[in-house]
Design a protein around this ligand. Structure first.
Ligand code: FE
Length: 230
């Protein structure tokens, strides 16, 4: 059995938000999909360790912002690799409250959104699958939605360990333009063949040649937190 086969499954990228009393939180999820069209329902799989899981369980509501390809890595980093227990992820976000549920809807880089009320949930061990009825939704732009494979291949993105799609990977080493370096905080791989276009680093730039002010585009860790791959 080659577990890498599951990486052939296609997904999008979403910010799933919820609330608990007057507290709000959100996180990245790629495991959202439509189940029925009449009435419109969707399912999303959320890790039980995540704060958003606690909020959805309590309020029985969530929103999903559909992320466009234009979203930079630090946007994914804020929502996907940090915990609302440590920081206020909404601090610098553009968002508004959903009309029906009052749950925040993240508007940054969102090409559309869904506002949902939980109809049922299924315990699947590490995660819960929440099935939500879409009670409001809107298209926000014509921008192309980001797929999970685009995030992985073009943006060099990884899954945090709490994601349903996390697969432990063996290190890959050395390209023509120098070694790859891995962020020990979030797992992001700096590949000199890709550079870091979001931060103005051209393709072909060796890790050693990155400015000292450069930080991990996903989690913000400094260069000193990186180690050579392989
Ligand atoms: Fe990082």
């Amino acid at each position: 059995m080659n577990i890498k086969a599951v990486q052939k499954i296609c997904y999008g990228m979403y910010v799933i938000s919820s609330k608990k009393d007057d507290k709000i939180n959100g996180q990245i999820a790629n495991t959202l999909f439509q189940i029925t069209s009449d009435p419109p329902t969707v399912a999303v799989s959320i890790n039980k360790q995540n704060l958003t899981h606690e909020y959805i369980t309590t309020s029985k509501t969530f929103t999903a912002s559909i992320i466009s390809k234009e979203a930079p890595m630090n946007f994914i980093g804020n929502w996907g690799f940090k915990s609302g227990r440590d920081i206020d992820k909404f601090k610098d976000a553009n968002f508004r409250a959903g009309k029906v549920t009052g749950v925040p809807i993240v508007l940054d880089y969102a090409t559309g959104y869904l506002e949902c009320e939980v109809l049922s949930s299924t315990d699947v061990g590490t995660h819960t699958i929440f099935i939500g009825k879409v009670v409001d939704c809107e298209v926000l732009s014509d921008a192309e939605p980001m797929t999970y494979s685009y995030y992985r291949q073009i943006k060099g993105g990884k899954s945090p360990k709490t994601a349903p799609t996390y697969v432990k990977e063996e290190s890959t080493a050395v390209g023509a333009t120098g070694d790859k370096y891995k962020c020990t905080v979030c797992g992001y791989i700096y590949d000199p063949q890709n550079g870091d276009p979001d931060s103005g680093i051209k393709a072909g730039t060796k890790f050693e040649d990155l400015p000292d002010t450069w930080v991990c585009p996903v989690c913000g860790a400094p260069k000193s937190e990186f180690e050579k791959e392989g």
